[in-house]
Write a protein that binds this ligand. Structure first.
Ligand code: CAA
Length: 248
């Protein structure tokens, strides 16, 4: 069945998104991803992927912009067919304490991390319901539930992700479409390694019971499960994958 299903992963060039793309391709899905229109190296990325044996369709998209999402989704449908699985993964940080936070940093994070869910899900959700099968997987964060120093914008957006998940899950539950949130903790990607090393070592790692950063492949494995037929009874859930940090 997988080889007939199409997955669109937003923000798949690098970090968690790239691992999700390659693991989904390994599992037999046809995979598309979006890249930011300002990303000049998208061609190199596609070529590198091809060298590694992955044929991943890459389409330009500003997930903060509704029309751009409409164009990207149409391009995926034209090339690969109907989108069966949407992974709303694209996200940014603009970390700074609230005292110093500019309105532009607030807006950028809310638009990219939260408005994007409306913008992209709107492109696929009705068609999934009509076909009677679909998977919408929204990537939130442990910081959406516990908050994080320097992340009033990001924590607010990521908390909003799960409200969206639960409300939409109710609306489409009878239509074979599941909607779930995953909430990763600190995963060893550029977003996390960009945190000042002393802060990571002294403030963050001690909060992770497992005692290490997560691995992108550990998160991708969870997404593969949620995308499967076996996960049909999981909906409106917020699955923690954070080495136990949510208990701290
Ligand atoms: N807990 C307690 N205190 C902290 C802290 C923390 N987590 N982080 C920073 N502080 C302290 C600093 O040590 C500093 O203390 P002093 O004044 O005593 O020296 C003070 O708070 C901050 O002072 P600054 O003026 O430097 O603050 P700033 O406005 O420039 O912001 C910061 C600094 C951006 C918050 C920086 O500390 C930082 O990057 N922190 C990490 C934020 C974080 O966890 N981001 C997560 C990114 S990964 C991600 O988001 C993925 C995911 O989903 C998990």
């Amino acid at each position: 069945m997988n080889d007939k299903r199409v997955v669109l992963v937003t923000g798949g060039m690098g970090g968690l998104g790239e691992m999700i793309c390659t693991k989904m391709a390994d599992a037999g899905y046809r995979v598309a991803t979006t890249y930011s229109p300002s990303n000049q190296s998208h061609g190199d990325w596609v070529a590198q992927m091809e060298k590694r044996g992955y044929r991943i369709l890459a389409v330009p998209c500003d997930v903060a912009d509704f029309d751009s999402c409409a164009e990207a989704a149409a391009a995926v449908r034209d090339r690969l067919g109907d989108i069966d699985i949407l992974v709303n993964n694209a996200g940014i940080t603009r970390d700074v304490t609230f005292k110093k936070m500019e309105k532009t940093s607030w807006d950028a994070v809310m638009r990219t991390n939260l408005d994007s869910l409306f913008n992209m899900t709107k492109q696929v959700c009705d068609a999934m319901s009509e076909r009677g099968w679909g998977r919408i997987i929204n990537v939130s964060s442990v910081n959406g539930s516990k908050g994080a120093f320097g992340q009033t914008n990001y924590s607010a957006a990521k908390a909003g992700v799960h409200g969206f998940t639960k409300a939409l899950a109710l609306e489409v539950a009878r239509r074979g479409v599941t909607v779930n949130t995953i909430s990763p903790g600190y995963i060893g990607t550029k977003m996390v390694t960009a945190i000042p090393a002393d802060i990571l070592d002294s403030k963050i790692l001690p909060q992770i019971p497992v005692g290490r950063l997560g691995k992108p492949e550990e998160v991708a494995g969870l997404i593969i499960y949620l995308a499967s037929d076996e996960a049909a009874f999981v909906t409106g859930a917020n699955i923690a994958i954070n080495g136990g940090q949510h208990m701290q």
